[in-house]
Design a protein around this ligand. Structure first.
Ligand code: HEC
Ligand code: HEC
Ligand code: HEC
Length: 273
């Protein structure tokens, strides 16, 4: 009898139709209007009161609705942001109501202004990341053109920085509109490596010694899937530029541009999968 009951409960939890339907029936828009709009504005664009708050103003939800994950939103809404007017909302809203509010925020749309992103990037980021985003500035910043981060991860890095590095949090230096615009600008700087060009380069510059990427020996191992996937692009680039073959292959290697090496790596990765 008891076992049967537990199976019933477990099955209900697994399907969890309760959660889904409860969220559906909650009105996220109305909850937002009642609990958030006084500071964040009815449509997610900060109210006059929100703008005047100290020490930090309320923030635009429209600009970051797509760029901040649910988990982070849930954490901020539930626990608030210490020492700001964003107090914990877990006393005003229950867990399902918070999900409904997040669902509503997630309906907000924003069209990034790339020209503004470029301008703000010029003002705030180029001292370390360089005008072209390739970080040839001697500041130890990352090359944003070869970065693999997605938009959400770029935004996360800008909002929180990387502890222990020169990449500090920019959240209180930039509005959310600026963050969204810069993130999209940075994402558009991305070099899209071209594996087909890499294949051509490989056959011109490498195939006299390496019949295929698979045949390359990486410190005693063939460049198999596993060995290759242990190397990130930066390390593989270093091996190509400074590996044991440079003595022999010489100019063939040293004359390759960084972008050409990106293409070759894209081809190598494809070929060793
Ligand atoms: C009394 C004013 C006030 C109210 C009401 C308020 N907030 Fe905030 N909220 C703020 C402030 C101020 C910040 C900025 C905190 C900071 O500087 O990190 C903020 C930040 C946030 C953030 C993080 C945004 C970002 O870009 O970092 C989220 C998400 C958020 N609020 C959601 C909500 C939701 C959802 C509600 C309603 C349930 C709500 N807030 C109600 C003042 C308010
Ligand atoms: C004072 C120097 C400095 C400034 C200014 C700066 N950064 Fe950085 N940034 C760094 C450093 C250093 C790193 C590498 C951190 C690490 O080692 O993880 C970095 C890393 C990053 C990364 C991570 C890239 C990756 O692939 O891991 C992003 C994205 C980024 N910065 C974006 C920006 C943006 C956008 C701005 C301007 C709003 C900016 N940074 C301003 C120094 C800076
Ligand atoms: C003149 C011959 C020659 C040419 C041309 C050459 N390599 Fe090599 N390469 C070698 C030799 C020899 C090694 C040592 C390992 C081995 O025997 O495979 C090596 C090793 C490597 C390694 C591993 C380095 C390490 O430190 O583990 C990589 C990666 C590599 N080559 C990539 C390339 C690429 C990409 C090209 C074309 C751009 C290229 N090689 C062109 C001869 C060459």
């Amino acid at each position: 009898m008891q076992i049967r009951l537990w199976i019933g409960v477990a099955a209900a939890l697994m399907m969890s139709p309760m959660v889904a339907s409860a969220t559906d029936t909650l009105d996220g828009k109305a909850l937002y209007a009642a609990n958030c709009a006084s500071c964040h504005g009815v449509s997610g664009e900060v109210s006059a009161l929100g703008k005047s708050l100290k020490p930090y103003p309320a923030r635009n939800h429209r600009a970051i609705a797509d760029l901040i994950g649910r988990d982070e939103m849930r954490r901020i809404i539930t626990y608030g942001v210490a020492k700001t007017a964003m107090t914990p909302k877990k006393y005003a809203l229950d867990a399902l109501e918070i999900e409904a509010v997040i669902d509503y925020i997630k309906t907000f749309e924003y069209k990034p202004n790339i020209a503004n992103g470029k301008k703000r990037f010029g003002a705030v980021c180029v001292s370390c990341h360089g005008n072209d985003g390739r970080a040839q500035t001697g500041m130890g910043a990352k090359n944003l053109v070869y970065s693999k981060l997605n938009l959400e991860e770029i935004v996360h890095t800008m909002r929180y920085g990387r502890p222990g590095t020169l990449m500090t949090s920019k959240r209180h230096q930039l509005t959310n509109e600026d963050i969204a615009d810069i993130a999209n600008y940075v994402y558009n700087l991305r070099y899209m490596s071209n594996a087909a060009n890499g294949k051509k380069l490989f056959s011109n510059k490498c195939s006299t010694c390496h019949s295929s990427p698979r045949a390359i020996k990486l410190i005693g191992n063939a460049a198999t899937n596993r060995v290759m996937s242990d190397l990130d692009d930066r390390l593989l680039d270093l091996r190509i530029r400074h590996g044991r073959h440079v003595d022999r292959a010489g100019k063939e290697i040293t004359h390759l541009s960084s972008d050409e090496i990106q293409d070759i790596m894209a081809y190598m990765r494809k070929n060793t999968k």
